[in-house]
Design a protein around this ligand. Structure first.
Ligand SMILES: Cc1cc2nc3c(=O)[nH]c(=O)nc-3n(C[C@H](O)[C@H](O)[C@H](O)COP(=O)(O)OP(=O)(O)OC[C@H]3O[C@@H](n4cnc5c(N)ncnc54)[C@H](O)[C@@H]3O)c2cc1C
Length: 617
């Protein structure tokens, strides 16, 4: 019988960790360049977060609004990100997204269509034009199905239900990874000439989240431990609309497509409160009256162009989340602590066709028919804008041999991500990471050196929670961590709370170091959680410390004690987190990469307006 503690070894030129949109797209590109590729995921292939994406993929195809192009997409992304985006990434993203979406179509993705048979595009918050290619509200499913079919047909080796717990390093940088099979607990070592992290986000650090168990910040923590820098970790996106009732589904996403299709937000008094929360400098982009907003919705549902401006509900996510939070806090919330989102004024068959998953989700889970009445919604932790620092063109991290793409990487979205810009980010930068990693693997002629001491230490770390005779249940520690983050590092933050969070996280880490798990290695969810929890603790500390450092409000980061945007001190500066030589977390700032002059011209007016308003706030 095989010894379940003896590591297997599987070498590859390029190892991709994560099989969502970014990982699959990277694997396809690396394989197409001739590299042998291993693709690892900790759940089943096809079960990543990408499959959950509902609203669509943003790309300036200009099928619905002929005046759209990469420049307007670039500008919207920078404005939405409050000018903290890496401008080169935002440029590459805007320029290349249309090509990547068309390529997906060539590979078999069937998008919703315009009357003349082209890919249909829907509006979303913060996008000045209807821009999201979509498949009803199941876009991610179509995307992952298409990428997966392609990857499998190219002969990529897939390792499912396999968790990576450590990156292996040498003087040459990253040379592989160590992990274990979740089914048997057996360790596995992947020597690799290049490693791409595509492990997604961190939502499980919070109590209320749209994210699944997979989002435990593994990639960010693996990179951090290997010496990479993380940037802008304070920018955690709270999506304005998650379910608030019943308790078992609290946080589950209510796609922005509901607002994109004309959903109206109202408080308990029936007031359409978003009129009061539009930022002054952008008010001119939104409808001035209910009547103008209604004309916009009618034109949209008929697929016609209109001079009406978009409804106030399509403000950026950070703004809508703060508005809902404030309405509830000031006593104008719905019975279960949210607000009402209503689309039932549109024809029932139109709603069922455009939002089939939402229709079923509310019917099944909350016994609410959204064609007949409003939904109750409230903010939910959804996405992390911060992540591993990467080079815009290659997605190389600050550690040789290590690349990152997708939600795990930082820079692209600045202080706030626009809806739809993640799926396009995965395609654009997944492809770039795959190409660059394959090229670097070709350059690295020698076989990667896998340090046996690091493998032994990783194997000991793996066994420890099962071998302790005393110690705490990891689930209790995770619950306490989520409570700390929700209470103290949520939508609104202040110094005292952040200091308290940092202290609580340190204490939780002390408890975690002694966590004990009962049972064996095979199919043991508590044992799996121990490693994910270690990552969540690292990432939570990074979020809290970065939030403590940034003494201003910008995008998704709102400081009660520093409500203004302070461009003088913080404009154009990334927060950075890295591991110091003593093992402690260091936090500092570095300047953003410079913007080339053509791009500067595209956003100069917006930048000046935002700075003027921000400093007065
Ligand atoms: C409900 C919901 C709806 C959304 N809707 C949209 C939308 O309409 N448009 C849009 O642009 N964005 C949307 N988003 C955001 C978007 O879906 C995600 O940001 C994106 O899919 C992330 O893709 P990814 O490839 O980076 O990560 P994922 O798709 O999450 O893939 C991560 C992969 O990493 C693996 N992994 C993680 N840790 C490890 C480890 N330690 N070892 C091995 N494998 C590991 C996982 O198993 C998984 O395969 C939505 C998100 C959610 C939650």
């Amino acid at each position: 019988m095989t010894d379940p503690t003896r590591p297997q070894t599987r070498p590859h030129d390029v190892l991709v960790i994560g099989a969502g949109g970014a990982g699959l797209r990277a694997a396809i590109e690396a394989r197409a360049a001739g590299a042998s590729v291993g693709l690892v995921c900790k759940s089943l292939l096809g079960k990543a977060h990408t499959v959950m994406a509902e609203g669509g993929v943003a790309a300036a195809l200009a099928h619905v609004a002929p005046s759209d192009d990469w420049r307007t997409h670039f500008r919207d992304t920078m404005v939405g990100g409050k000018f903290l985006n890496n401008p080169r990434m935002a440029e590459l993203h805007a320029v290349e997204a249309p090509k990547r979406v068309r390529e997906l179509e060539e590979w078999g993705a069937v998008f919703d269509r315009t009357a003349d048979g082209r890919i249909l595009q829907r509006p979303f918050g913060g996008h000045s034009h209807p821009r999201l290619a979509h498949v009803g509200d199941r876009t991610g499913l179509e995307m992952i199905r298409t990428l997966q079919d392609r990857a499998v047909s190219m002969g990529i080796d897939v390792y499912m239900e396999c968790t990576i717990t450590r990156l292996i390093t040498s003087r040459d940088g990253v040379t592989g990874a160590f992990g274990y099979w979740r089914t048997t607990g057996r360790p596995i070592v992947f020597p690799a000439k290049a490693v791409i992290l595509a492990t997604g986000g961190i939502g499980k650090a919070y109590e209320v989240t749209s994210n699944s168990w997979e989002y435990s910040g593994d990639g960010q923590a693996l990179a951090y431990a290997a010496g990479a820098e993380l940037i802008d970790m304070e920018f955690v996106q709270f999506h304005p609309t998650g379910m608030v009732w019943p308790p078992g589904v609290r946080g589950l996403l209510v796609t922005e497509a509901v607002r994109g299709e004309g959903g109206i937000l109202r408080n308990a008094t029936g007031a359409r409160f978003m009129w009061m929360y539009l930022p002054e400098e952008r008010r001119g982009e939104y409808a001035a009256t209910d009547e103008e907003a209604a004309r916009w919705v009618t034109a949209l549902s008929q697929g016609k162009e209109t001079d009406a401006r978009r409804p106030p509900e399509l403000s950026t996510r950070d703004n809508v989340s703060r508005a809902i939070y404030t309405e509830v806090k000031e006593g104008r919330g719905s019975p279960h602590g949210g607000v009402f989102l209503d689309i039932s004024y549109l024809p029932a068959d139109h709603i069922r066709r455009k939002l089939p998953s939402m229709y079923e989700q509310f019917k099944e889970l909350a016994d609410v028919d959204i064609t007949k009445g409003p939904m109750e919604v409230g903010p939910t932790t959804h996405y992390v804008m911060g992540g591993i620092r990467v080079d815009a063109d290659s997605q190389a991290t600050t550690v040789a041999g290590l690349y990152a793409a997708g939600e795990v990487a930082g820079g692209m979205h600045g202080a706030n991500r626009l809806g739809g810009n993640s799926l396009s980010d995965l395609l654009v930068f997944g492809a770039r990471a795959g190409a660059a990693a394959a090229a670097s693997a070709t350059d690295r002629a020698s076989e990667p050196y896998v340090d046996p001491v690091q493998v032994q230490s990783a194997a000991r770390e793996l066994a420890a929670p099962l071998e302790r005779s005393h110690g705490e249940d990891p689930y209790a520690i995770q619950r306490d961590l989520q409570s700390t983050m929700q209470r103290l590092v949520g939508i609104f933050r202040e110094e005292g709370d952040l200091d308290q969070a940092i202290r609580e996280i340190a204490e939780l880490r002390r408890r975690w170091a002694d966590a004990r798990v009962i049972g064996g290695r095979a199919f043991n969810p508590g044992w799996n959680l121990v490693f994910e929890l270690g990552n969540l603790l690292t990432i939570s500390e990074a979020v809290a410390r970065s939030a403590r450092q940034r003494t201003e409000s910008r995008g998704a980061h709102s400081r009660i004690d520093h409500p203004a945007t302070d461009d003088g001190t913080w404009g154009g500066r990334n927060s950075v987190v890295a591991r110091g030589p003593d093992g402690a977390m260091r936090v500092y700032t570095t300047p953003l990469p410079a913007m080339r002059s053509e791009l500067e011209e595209l956003v100069a007016a917006d930048h000046a307006a935002a700075a003027a308003v921000g400093s007065k706030a």
